[in-house]
Design a binder for this molecule. Sequence first.
Ligand code: NDP
Length: 290
Amino acid sequence: MTVAWIGLGAMGAPMAGRLATEHDTLVWNRTASVAAAHEREHESRAVDDLADVGEADVLFSCLPTTAEVADVVDRLVASLAPDTVWVDCTSGDPAPSRTVAATLADGGIDYLDAPVSGGTDGAASGTLTIMVGGDQNVLEQVHPLLELLGDRIVHVGPTGAGHATKAINNMLLAANLWTAVEGLAALVRQGVPGATALEVINGSSGQSFATERIIAERVVTREFPVTFTLGLLAKDAGVAQSVLDDSEIPAPALRALGELIRATRNELGPDVDHSAVAQLVERWADVEIS
Ligand code: NDP
């Protein structure tokens, strides 16, 4: 089987590298030098011309948003054989992804939305959670490939359901992160060192991925390594607002949080790590959580 990967960013590069350990893997990246470096490191096969990925049986994309996915689909669809499967690992937008799926379906190509959670560490170790929307029979066809990428592969519903699930998940991440840093800033003001407060919270009912991993490893250490940008989290907040609108339910807390995350992106810029939201709260509170 030949597979192809489109988009060798922080997530795409290690994920494509894992496929290349077992399959002939074509890689294309907008900046071609990145694909050439991937070929050297992972024994994948870099292609300069996007149309050349058309020889693959299964195509993966991992791009910033559905807009970039729609663009590459439009450029490629005429050169894809019927029965190709397109697996989109972008954290994308459900409604425009259904349009992408319809465009591909016209050419006989199946589309699955398959966004992932687990960060760059999970991408490198093949321990991602993969949430899949689309036809379950198509998922069965590509399941062995997904098993190289993740250890929890869940069919969540029809096309777009994977993207919707991912957007809501990331709002919960943002909620836990934001409220934890506010609470920790207050505790520092009360004379409780940030690391001490975290030790307690991580053994108590307030614990979350944000407190256990993000704040402990990125904020308290003052490292703020850039692996998942605030720009991408703000993009996910926008997707989540669309999901809420489409669902027609009142969700005042999630809507307010979405506004907050996007305002924070405007304040700090899109290229900082998402953990940098702590720096804004620290600035407001005039404390350091460490
Ligand atoms: P990066 O910014 O690291 O990589 C983005 C990739 O998309 C690069 O390969 C870039 O190419 C390519 N690209 C950007 N714009 C275009 C375009 N117009 N046309 C073609 N290619 C383009 O992003 P990540 O890898 O961090 O994220 C990718 C997706 O995965 C996002 O949807 C994100 O939300 C999601 N995600 C990210 C996680 C993380 O921890 N980083 C975790 C889980 C999901 P070039 O090299 O030329 O810039």
